[in-house]
Ligand binder design. Structure first.
Ligand code: 4AD
Ligand code: MG
Length: 478
């Protein structure tokens, strides 16, 4: 008999049908004559209740039916008074894989997120993490759908590279040299000409530079790939390995870029609202449960309400300079409440400042533009004031920066001057400069941190809970 998935069964509610289901036991409740088994196969949040008659199956089988065990059950679907409208009266039960109830780490109770992070290899088997996994999948699909509908082409940019796109020096080196005993040049420095690629290489921090090459031929492209940053930030917003979506458009200025970023984020959020209802409802309840001991004014907006709010309202757009003045005049600045003081033009905004603007001042997502040139990457277009660059950061409640992007410097001379000033090796970036030598055009793009998006959409508070196997300083399990 062919197996049916629980999602399909709960949707069809085909009373009277005989069906076969496979899944893992979430809970078992024993009464005198029957056992109630909650079975989950991950296709949907909800469990299917299996009713097993003790007289038919006996202790031989039922003692193996424990939380975590894998079962295959054939039975008849009947109407139910329980959580679902249908339940399954078991006719055959096969225990496919046992789970020792004394050793299985996931007990049928609420576990802390910290504990679940330690057993990340099993956390998919919880409601929270299976819900996040399904939402994450929907968002991956929606990203490709959005760009496909708009005529963008998906480009695979390299994961191993010899350039540092962001110029922040936060790279993981890739090498096959013997670290204990590397080949050395006469001056004692390591001889990378003997390394695998004949030069020093690292994992990519962004696919942008290669994306620009493609955009300057195909007009509109996007990348969606893994990104690696060896920044020593042990925060709830940073990962050492994360996924980034980077669209890049030729013949596109900063305004077009902002329009696209706003439309994109709203599209993704609406897609989640339409397609992930069951999981979002569950995640909303989870969040409210988690926050119920917090004082009223510190609780987050209800998840679905929050998502609708962002999808339905225009984002505020303002310059960095305007933001600095708002921040300097703010209550927390005047009472010395910011951990990092806002000194004035040139201050790099911290997440506390970004969140103040979004959560307290505007109460809406904010797009900040025109940042000081010296706190941003070399490739950003220099504005007419010669002090600022055509950068944009999209700031979200609870998250802070969710998107970073810019119009690119398309003028060869200006770019070269900037690169020299920032010590970017011109010779090694010759390929990049060629786009400015031949048929250069105004172009723009941005990067959306995928896990920051998922954190926002799921209402989770720690980015390590929205990627299956998080990598962060001193942590590379699994
Ligand atoms: O602002 P970033 O550094 O921009 C770039 O990398 C550009 N090359 C993008 C472009 O214009 N094509 O990073 C973009 C986004 C951030 O806004 C943030 O959402 C996310 O990537 N991000 C991280 N997410 C998780 N962990 C980290 N360590 C992250 N660093 C950046
Ligand atoms: Mg940034």
């Amino acid at each position: 008999m062919k197996r049916q998935e629980i999602k399909e069964i709960l949707q069809s509610e085909a009373i009277g049908d005989t069906v076969k289901v496979n899944g893992w036991v979430r809970t078992k409740r024993e009464s005198k004559n029957v056992n109630f088994i909650n079975l989950n196969d991950g296709t949907v949040l909800d469990n299917l209740q299996i009713v097993a008659d003790v007289n038919i199956f006996g202790n031989e089988i039922l003692r193996k039916v424990n939380t975590g065990a894998a079962l295959s059950v054939v039975g008849e679907l009947v109407e139910s008074q329980g959580q679902q409208n249908v339940e399954l009266i078991a006719k055959e039960i096969e225990v496919i894989g046992e789970a020792d109830p004394d050793k299985y780490p996931l007990q049928p109770k609420r576990h802390s997120l910290e504990f679940l992070r330690e057993i990340a290899h099993l956390r998919y088997r919880t409601n929270t993490f299976s819900a996040i996994a399904r939402v994450r999948h929907s968002m991956i699909f929606a990203v490709h759908k959005f760009f496909t509908e708009k005529g963008f082409f998906n480009i695979h940019t390299p994961i191993i590279t010899s350039s540092d796109a962001e110029g922040a020096g936060e790279m993981f080196q890739v090498s096959t040299l013997d670290m204990e005993n590397p080949p050395r040049k006469e001056d004692g420095s390591i001889d990378y000409s003997e390394d695998f690629f004949g030069k020093k290489t690292n994992l990519t921090v962004s696919g942008q530079l290669e994306g620009e090459l493609a955009a300057l031929a195909l007009s509109k492209i996007y990348t969606f790939g893994p990104t690696f940053r060896a920044e020593n930030s042990n925060t709830s917003r940073h990962l050492a390995e994360f996924w980034m979506i980077e669209p890049e458009m030729a013949f596109c200025d900063l305004n077009d870029n902002m329009d696209l970023a706003e439309e994109f984020l709203k599209y993704l959020i609406n897609y989640a609202l339409e397609n992930c209802q069951t999981d979002l409802k569950f995640l909303s309840q989870r969040q409210q449960q988690e926050e119920k001991n917090k004082p009223q004014d510190q609780r987050s907006m209800e998840l679905i309400e929050k998502l609708k709010f962002v999808a339905d309202n225009d984002f505020v757009r303002l310059t960095y300079t305007e933001a600095i003045s708002i921040l300097q005049n703010s209550k927390p600045a005047q009472k010395g409440k910011f951990k990092y003081p806002v000194e004035g033009f040139g201050t790099d905004l911290q997440s506390e400042h970004e969140r103040y603007l979004v959560e307290k001042h505007f109460k809406k997502p904010v797009i900040l533009i025109d940042y000081p040139a010296n706190i941003k990457a070399f490739y950003m277009k220099v504005n007419e004031d010669d002090k600022t660059v055509a950068a944009m950061d999209v700031l979200f409640p609870q998250i802070g920066e969710i998107i970073g992007g810019s119009q690119r410097e398309e003028r060869y001379d200006v770019l070269v001057e900037k690169m020299e000033a920032m010590d970017i090796p011109l010779e090694e970036m010759n390929w990049y400069l060629d786009t400015r030598r031949y048929g250069s055009v105004p172009h723009s793009g941005f990067g959306l941190g995928f896990e920051r998006l998922i954190t926002f959409v799921t209402g989770m508070t720690n980015i390590r809970d929205v990627i299956p196997f998080p990598r962060s300083p001193k942590n590379c399990e699994f």
